[in-house]
Every structure is written in structure tokens, then in C-alpha cells.
Design a protein. Structure first.
Length: 286
């Protein structure tokens, strides 16, 4: 978690993500890239926020004003970072084009390890089945690197309780390497291994899977937890709130189509429904 990217639209939620990214970079000795994308259909690339120029007519005037406004916002954020986290290197990039494409291109070209993105908190059950998903949800699905979703201010980002939510089937073993990295970054935190079941009759099997998972990977210090809820995607945020979780960790698959709706969407839903920050990462490709 040393090369961090923060996409910003200058919203309060994006600022919360910037705060967390700066604190993580200070903890890991990393650096932060701050990205703003000017959503301009038909144009794409990195642009300068220096002296205005180019364009013609009303479109040109609008673009000049937009870039000048962007420059003011970016300079203010850079000045804030220099004031509050002087030891953390921060660079800013302004790009044009489709937002999702620009973020994914920046991840690739800048070799980003972690995206920290702001999002609105959606209460469980608030999403319609075919409602458009948010940029944060799409990043969880599409980004090749881990994504940390932040919804609330965190001027002091301290992690005392980490919740790893899973069904602890064999596929959960793919998460162990990344989970160890997270625990190493926050060695003082308690690790909760959580399975959400839809019936109390599933409790014995679930707790057995958790203990088997911990034994396979020699996890000596952990709290096993099974939570009963009508839906898994709603149960994880509810448990996280009751357990005062500071960080929720989940494995995702980046699926699209039907398999995505059936399996991959749980992590995306939790990423925007849980009040706590949610860290999602993809299963490594064999």
C-alpha cells in the first residue's frame, strides 16, 4: 500500500478519501497521486492546469474556466497535504475523457497499489436491482488493484478492529496473502473472521469453517463471528456497525453479467453500504 491513488471530484466524500490516503501513505512510507478527471466526451488524455489557452467559441471559454477552477481546487488540496502531512510526497494529475477509463489508465501507467475512493453511504436495501451503480462500485469491480472505499471523515484513521467477511469456502484461501498484509499494516488491531448466514441452523457449519480456515493458515489471534441476517450483503454492514469495525476486508471477483450479479455484487454492495471503510481485492489469477 505504498503507491496510492485518490480520484477526486472535490466532493466531501473524496476529501475523506484523501485524508485517509495521506495517513496510510505516512504509515507505509508511500506516496499519493491525486487525480481529477474532466468528463469530456470525445476527448481523452492528460491536460495541464497551467496558463489557460486553446479552444474556440463557447466550448473553449467553458473549458478554460473549468480548468482554471480545477487548478484552484487541486492547488488547495496540495497545500493542505503539505501542511498536514509534509513528509508524504503528493503529485496531482488532471485528465480528460471518461472518468472510469481515466482512472483505470492512471492505475496502469502510475503502477498504483491501492485506490482510495470516496463514496456516499447507501443504507442496505436502498439500491434498485437495475439502478446504475456508482463510480466506487464500478472501481471495486473493475480496478486490477485493491480498492478502499471511504464514506465518512477520518482525521485520525486508526484501525482497532478488522473484519474479514467471507463464507470461508476453499476460495477464501486466496485472500490470505492480502489479509496478512493488512494485519501487518495494523498489528495492534483485532481480526474478526465473519460469516453471515441466512438461517440459525447454518451456524455450526459456519463456525466450523471459520476455525478450519484459521487453523489451515495458522491464524493464532482472531475472533470467530457468525451473524444471522436475511441477506449477506445487508448482514455484513450491520455486523460491522455492531462490532465497531474500523475496516472491513472482502475478496471480490470483478465479474460481469449474470455471474457478477449472483456473486461479485456482494462486495460492491458492502463497499457502499458499510459505514466503515471497506477494502476489496481480487482473487489472484493462478
Amino acid at each position: 500500500m505504498q503507491n496510492l491513488l485518490v480520484p477526486t471530484d472535490f466532493s466531501p466524500e473524496a476529501h475523506h478519501a484523501f485524508e485517509v490516503a495521506l495517513q496510510l501513505a505516512r504509515r507505509t512510507g508511500g506516496h499519493v497521486t491525486l487525480l481529477h478527471v474532466v468528463d469530456t466526451p470525445g476527448a481523452a488524455g492528460v491536460v495541464s492546469t497551467g496558463p489557460a489557452g486553446g479552444g474556440s467559441g463557447l466550448d473553449g471559454v467553458f473549458m478554460v474556466q473549468l480548468l482554471q477552477n480545477t487548478k484552484r481546487h487541486m492547488h488547495a488540496l496540495m497545500a493542505e497535504a503539505a501542511r498536514t502531512h509534509a513528509t508524504v510526497p503528493v503529485q496531482d494529475i488532471v485528465a480528460t475523457g471518461d472518468v472510469d477509463a481515466a482512472v483505470l489508465d492512471t492505475i496502469r501507467t502510475q503502477r498504483i497499489d491501492l485506490v482510495v475512493v470516496g463514496a456516499h453511504e447507501h443504507k442496505p436495501g436502498s439500491h434498485l436491482l437495475f439502478a446504475p451503480d456508482s463510480h466506487a462500485e464500478r472501481l471495486v469491480r473493475l480496478a486490477p488493484c485493491p480498492v478502499l472505499t471511504v464514506k465518512h471523515p477520518a482525521p485520525e484513521f486508526e484501525v482497532h478492529h478488522i473484519v474479514f467477511a467471507s463464507d470461508f469456502q476453499p476460495e477464501a484461501d486466496l485472500a490470505v496473502a492480502s489479509l496478512r498484509q493488512v494485519c501487518a499494516a495494523f498489528p495492534e488491531a483485532t481480526l474478526h473472521l465473519l460469516d453471515v448466514v441466512t438461517s440459525a441452523t447454518e451456524y455450526p457449519a459456519a463456525i466450523a469453517r471459520i476455525h478450519a480456515f484459521a487453523q489451515r493458515h495458522q491464524l493464532a489471534a482472531y475472533e470467530p463471528d457468525v451473524f444471522d441476517a436475511p441477506e449477506v450483503s445487508a448482514g455484513i454492514p450491520r455486523y460491522a456497525e455492531q462490532a465497531h469495525a474500523d475496516l472491513v476486508v472482502m475478496l471480490t471477483h470483478g465479474r460481469t453479467g449474470l455471474r457478477h450479479w449472483l456473486q461479485g455484487s456482494i462486495a460492491e454492495s458492502v463497499a457502499v453500504q458499510a459505514a466503515a471503510p471497506v477494502l476489496t481485492f481480487h482473487a489472484p489469477v493462478a
